[in-house]
Write a protein that binds this ligand. Structure first.
Ligand SMILES: C[S@@+](CC[C@H](N)C(=O)[O-])C[C@H]1O[C@@H](n2cnc3c(N)ncnc32)[C@H](O)[C@@H]1O
Length: 353
């Protein structure tokens, strides 16, 4: 894979224009997310999965608050529309690099960072400096483009790492990028589907699909025996539909294989928790219980509205993870442009291929 960085241009497809299947699927995922427009606050509140979205945000907030220190440099892989920017601001980070494959989402993240969206209503901009890039984080070696930004104290990959498990090469590239860009002692935090739960639900289903009124997972006939040998952990594709949010191919990530591969890249497991267990454990911590009330993650006592059974069941198909990069922390300070917010212009966004 050659490295090049340019302001705008072709990002998908290899040098001679012939695209392999994994890249085509990565593009399909990118197009799906790029096409999703930014919702207004009113539209968000009217979403049929509003409490699931709030619960997801609370879980990400807890991960961010637990594993980030003030002043940290953060790498957000598959940052999407910058939905976590406010959470990073609340954690008082010092520097942020966000990367996503979907150029439409990066543009939304730019507007959000600049305080030009409905989400930023009433906010005076984020306190930290930031850089945004458009790239396939699971294909491109991010090292050269980020040589002046790395090492990072925290790498976050929220609801996206499973898009790297279409092939072993992509899964390895993802972990190589994380590990090579993190400081020793730095944390890799994330959320993704829980393959254990998905396979269990599949085996309980009559056919090859299951779900409820808010989500559906569909495997194709290739997996009719519902067996997934651990010797073939990559490329286990299914179609995922989440109402008002997702409609695209995803890949199972069997956690034991993920943990073993992460260890090869010097990443040691710190935490792995299904969302249900995560909620039960961290909602007992007073600060996080307060945050849960403020964010209305399980419901709104003033109206009596609560998370629906279907949303709670959908939350069960996810897990949270934390890894730590091995080695002694050097606390090497980066030569990155710290300081307060600086508007990001369209031409500041880098496109990597
Ligand atoms: C469910 S969204 C999550 C966005 C964000 N992390 C959040 O939690 O709000 C998944 C994101 O992964 C991004 N994505 C999928 N495949 C990717 C890839 N190969 N490289 C970079 N981003 C990718 C999508 O464009 C999308 O923004």
């Amino acid at each position: 894979m050659s490295f090049s960085m340019h302001k705008r241009g072709r990002r998908d497809g290899d040098q001679d224009g012939v695209e392999g299947e994994p890249r085509k699927l990565a593009r399909k995922v990118a197009e799906h997310y790029s096409a999703r427009t930014n919702q207004t606050r009113e539209e968000r509140e009217a979403s049929p999965i509003i409490y699931l979205k709030k619960l997801n945000n609370w879980i990400k907030s807890v991960l961010i608050q637990r594993y980030t220190k003030p002043g940290d440099a953060v790498l957000d892989l598959a940052c999407g529309k910058g939905g976590d920017l406010i959470k990073w601001d609340k954690a008082s980070i010092g520097y942020y690099v966000g990367i996503d494959i979907a150029d439409g989402s990066i543009e939304d993240a730019r507007n959000r960072y600049n305080g030009e969206t409905d989400h930023a209503r009433g906010r005076r901009g984020h306190k930290f400096r930031a850089r945004l890039l458009c790239a396939d984080c699971f294909e491109v070696d991010l090292g050269p483009a980020l040589k002046d930004d790395a090492p990072f104290d925290v790498c976050s990959c929220q609801f996206a790492l499973h898009y790297s498990w279409s092939t072993e090469e992509r899964a390895r590239r993802a972990l190589h990028n994380v590990s090579s860009l993190l400081q020793p002692g730095g944390y890799f935090i994330g959320t993704m589907p829980d393959a254990n739960v998905i396979v269990r639900k599949l085996r309980h289903a009559e056919g090859l699909q299951f779900g409820n009124s808010v989500y559906e997972i569909r495997f194709d006939d290739h997996f009719r025996d519902k067996r997934f040998p651990s010797s073939q952990p990559f490329g286990i594709q299914y179609e995922f539909h989440l109402q008002d949010a997702v409609d695209c191919p995803e890949w199972l990530v069997a956690f034991p294989n993920f943990q073993a591969l992460a260890e090869e890249y010097g990443l040691e497991l710190v935490l792995k928790k299904n969302f249900h267990d995560f909620v039960h454990e961290y909602s007992q911590v007073p600060d996080f219980a307060d945050l849960m009330r403020k964010q209305g993650a399980l419901g709104d006592p003033s109206t009596g509205a609560t998370i629906s059974d279907e949303e709670w069941d959908a939350a069960y198909i996810y897990l949270a993870f934390v890894f730590q990069k091995s080695g002694k922390s050097t606390n090497r300070r980066k030569n990155v442009p710290r300081g307060t917010h600086q508007t990001i212009l369209p031409e500041d966004i880098g496109f990597l291929q």
